[in-house]
Design a protein around this ligand. Structure first.
Ligand SMILES: Nc1nc2c(c(=O)[nH]1)N[C@H]1C(S)=C(S)[C@@H](COP(=O)(O)O)O[C@H]1N2
Ligand SMILES: [Mo]
Length: 327
């Protein structure tokens, strides 16, 4: 199924709330189940395209941490998104002009339901959940962030992977004109990440479309990014344009850049250090007013938890696997 929104209809010409309600009504009565095409602009309203638009009907999700959330400023001005530069303030400074809508996600590889899906159809008709997860960067800092998204498991299942599919591979948009960081060769573009199928259908894995009840800002990966809370932040790929069901394990962006430092699994693990620094502790961004980068060299304050605290939910995925070797 191939659905494209006509680009000649500007989403700003419609009232998001009105169209959203109309679409909800149609969904309820079954007319739109499965994402049947209707006027392209009508589809836009479920995820409003306006910057900082409030997301409708967000329900509290499971597995949230009860730690104090970071401020909106922390979450949106201290970022890693090399497509927009390598300094922590670069993504905020360099991504403001980026147009993240309209947006499509291509689904291909070993699954029954392939195609190019308009963003709203890709995530429909699932309810949006808020999940407060800690993002633990491999650089030994962390933030507690109220994400809004849909379980990746629902989306994976909806595309009916074949038994030959062993991995789900994601790619970020490749567009050096719009993503200035891609004009530099510090990473191999596009950014690639992947999960095993079992990791992808774990109930913790989230495809996020928002933070703080609003649509994702560009610097956090608008309009859609992954959040895998038991893994280091770099697994949580931003600006996703494709999802491929693969027989083979992908070579991910950071593995490719520095294979001895960044592995495929990247599970948060205080017992296995990065070759250049300890992973035993972490510094919560914002809590001291210090910049997180200092945390690599200074003394990070909080203990890092195995699997970022989610051992009960995910340890079984790695039974019998040497986590020192499979880092
Ligand atoms: N496409 C892309 N995704 C990315 C990155 C990146 O450089 N490019 N950086 C990763 C890293 S290292 C981290 S720690 C998280 C940061 O997410 P946040 O800025 O929303 O906190 O995004 C991850 N996703
Ligand atoms: Mo990171």
């Amino acid at each position: 199924m191939l659905i494209r929104r006509p680009t000649d209809i500007r989403s700003s010409e419609i009232t998001p709330r009105e169209v959203f309600l109309k679409r909800r009504e149609l969904l309820r009565t079954g007319l739109l189940a499965g994402g049947l095409a209707m006027g392209g602009s009508a589809i836009a309203a479920v995820l409003p395209p306006e910057r900082r638009a409030k997301l409708p009907d967000v329900v509290p999700g499971k597995f949230s941490t009860d730690e104090t959330v970071n401020s909106y400023t922390d979450v949106t001005t201290y970022n890693n998104y090399y497509e927009f530069g390598t300094d922590k303030s670069d993504p905020f400074e360099n991504s403001q002009e980026f147009e993240s809508r309209p947006w499509t996600v291509k689904v291909d590889g070993h699954c029954e339901k392939t195609g190019i899906f308009d963003l709203e159809d890709f995530i429909q008709p699932y309810a949006l959940e808020e999940r407060i997860y800690r993002l633990r960067c491999v650089e030994a800092w962390s933030m507690v962030i109220p994400w809004v998204g849909v379980p990746l498991a629902d989306i994976v299942r909806r595309h009916r992977p074949l038994s030959s599919a062993k991995y789900v591979v994601f790619e970020t948009l490749l567009d050096p004109e719009r993503m200035p960081g891609q004009r530099s060769r510090n990473l191999h573009w596009p950014y690639v990440e992947g999960l095993t199928i079992a990791e992808a259908v774990n109930p913790l894995s989230l495809l996020a479309v928002g933070v703080y009840g609003e649509v994702l800002p560009n610097q956090n990966g608008a309009p859609i990014r992954l959040v895998v809370p038991w893994k280091y932040g770099f697994k949580s790929i931003k600006g996703i344009v494709s999802m491929t069901f693969s027989e083979n394990r992908p070579r991910t962006a950071w593995e490719r850049a520095a294979p001895h430092e960044y592995g495929f699994y990247a599970n948060v693990n205080p017992n296995v250090d990065h070759p250049r620094w300890s992973q035993a502790r972490e510094r919560r961004i914002g809590s001291t007013g210090e910049s997180g980068l200092q945390s690599i060299f200074g003394a990070p304050k909080q203990e890092t938890l195995m699997f970022n605290g989610y051992g009960e939910q995910v340890a079984h995925l790695y039974e019998g696997l040497d986590l020192r070797q499979n880092f």
